[in-house]
Design a binder for this molecule. Structure first.
Ligand SMILES: [Zn+2]
Length: 502
């Protein structure tokens, strides 16, 4: 059996000023992964590609990997980058000779010219090769358009957020497609969207209602009542028509049942729509509350600077939450982190042990946001310099090599500030441990994260305090101007009544 495996993954925050050019899709400063290098990089890891490779190895398939391109979330994908990656995939498809195409796509990629980056890629593939069986593993944050479903036999989305089942999702998609290829099953799919935009802070599968929705999907799959069932919570920081919640169900030769299951998921989500909302507390109140909760010798209070999560397109350089932590004089804090490659270089030049004063953050203007952050001047001792490269043992993607880029820790005496050269969401204790910091022994762990931190840092959180700082992942939708998003939509239109199609 001969298989084409490829990854093209980007979650696009259309409000983000962070550019998305080819270099951002490279695994380190220069390496765009394809062929044998990609296989070696991903084999054995807890990623979608790791899952595809595991199944391919199991059946002894010959594999061709034209590209594995994935980048941290940021602004719309540059046309040159998008066309380059699409061509790498479609050129391979055009050569032909494949028994199946297994794709890892995010599902919320917006490019300079296409609001539905994944659908456009699939349309191009199908224009060249309308018949070869094709499966897609999507992120749970996919904003689903018709072409993303109609051009694949099997569509499978993650069932967890934090996304700890990436590998399993790809395995489920691949195994279901193998059954299709063996003519054991005949896939029939349905999909639909509910007019709602679930809040990211309320999307975690550690809590209702998404926990229950994903359990419904998993139960149908486990009992064989669906070949694949996926509830996509959607990615709200994208001004595209179909941002929001949707469901895709693939059954064995029963389109009516696929539609019934989609309707059941959408109906359940709509009834629970208020549980998908999130209440905002003023920053000053949150930090004061965190200060009162802190206790030496006990596990830390975790402060979430969630408006500026780089894994949702944030610049990771807004300073407002850090500034408030310093202003209210919290002590024994680690703050991960501020993205500021220039400050990192200046700190490295000063060297470990030096006392330095740096102006950090707020280097990336956010023109689509009505509020701005400002640089923060801090003085401290240079504590650590790290290359920032290591292999993750646990957390979101066990076994994956991470590249944080040159990273330093500046200790103000009360706050250890991590300064970074690449956008990376703090999710694992290891990310701090390699910098010489044991987060479990800190009084406060302040991180630019929303939900993924729960994958590993969640194990040590005694209390959680959400901090409404500044950033393009704002929880205050009033700060965002939507032009293309379909309306009416809950909660932007809070009184919306939806008569779900019968
Ligand atoms: Zn996601």
């Amino acid at each position: 059996m001969r298989l084409l495996l490829a990854t093209l993954s980007h979650e696009t925050n259309t409000f983000s000023p962070v550019p998305t050019k080819i270099e951002r899709f490279c695994r380190d400063a220069t390496t765009l992964l394809s062929g044998r290098v990609a296989v070696d990089f991903y084999r054995g890891t807890g990623t979608c590609m790791g899952g595809f490779l595991a199944v391919a190895d199991e059946i002894g398939a010959d594999i061709v990997v034209p590209v594995c391109a994935s980048a941290p979330p940021s602004g719309p994908v540059d046309s040159e980058a998008y066309e380059t990656f699409c061509r790498m995939i479609t050129d391979a498809v055009a050569v032909g000779g494949f028994d199946a195409l297994w794709l890892e796509l995010h599902g919320a990629m917006v490019t300079e010219h296409f609001d539905d980056g994944e659908g456009e890629l699939l349309r191009r593939i199908r224009a060249i090769d309308p018949d070869t069986p094709l499966c897609v593993a999507y992120d749970m944050h996919a904003n689903v358009f018709d072409a993303m479903v109609g051009n694949a036999q099997i569509v499978a989305g993650y069932h967890t957020y934090p996304h700890v089942d990436q590998r399993q999702t790809a395995e489920r998609a691949a195994r279901a497609l193998l059954r299709v290829m063996q003519r054991e099953v005949k896939p029939t799919s349905a999909w639909g969207a509910a007019p709602m935009l679930p809040h990211v802070m309320a999307q975690g599968t550690h809590q209702a209602p998404n926990k229950d929705l994903q359990a419904m999907c998993a139960a149908w799959e486990a009992s064989g009542r669906a070949l694949a069932a996926s509830l996509f919570v959607g990615f709200p920081h994208a001004d595209v028509e179909m941002a929001g919640l949707s469901a895709v169900v693939v059954t064995d030769n029963d389109p009516a049942d696929a539609q019934a299951k989609v309707d059941e998921l959408l109906g359940f989500a709509w009834k629970a729509r208020r549980e998908f909302m999130f209440d905002i507390e003023p920053l000053e109140t949150s930090v004061r509350r965190a200060k009162q909760l802190g206790a030496p010798g006990r596990l830390p209070v975790v402060l979430l600077d969630h408006y500026d999560n780089c894994a949702s397109g944030g610049t990771m350089d807004t300073t407002d939450t850090l500034r408030e932590i310093i202003r209210q004089d919290l002590d024994d804090v680690v703050f991960f982190g501020i993205y500021d490659p220039d400050a990192v270089q200046r700190a490295i030049q000063a060297g470990v042990g030096a006392t330095v004063t740096l102006s950090i953050g707020a280097k990336l203007p956010m023109p689509l946001l009505p509020v701005a952050s400002t640089p923060l001047t801090v003085t401290g001792t240079m504590q650590t310099i790290s290359a920032g490269s290591f292999r993750l043992k646990g957390g979101l993607t066990p076994g994956l090599q991470l590249f944080m880029g040159p990273t330093v820790v500046l200790d103000t005496g009360k706050v250890q500030i991590v300064l970074l050269s690449r956008h990376i969401e703090p999710t694992a204790q290891e990310m701090l441990q390699i910098l010489g910091i044991d987060p479990s022994r800190k009084k406060y762990v302040a991180i630019k994260s929303r939900v993924h931190w729960r994958a590993d840092l969640g194990k040590i959180a005694r209390e959680i305090v959400e901090c409404a700082g500044v950033g393009v992942c704002t929880s205050d939708y009033a700060q965002l101007t939507f032009r293309k998003l379909r309306r009416p939509l809950f909660p932007l239109d809070p009184c919306l009544q939806w008569n779900q199609p019968a």
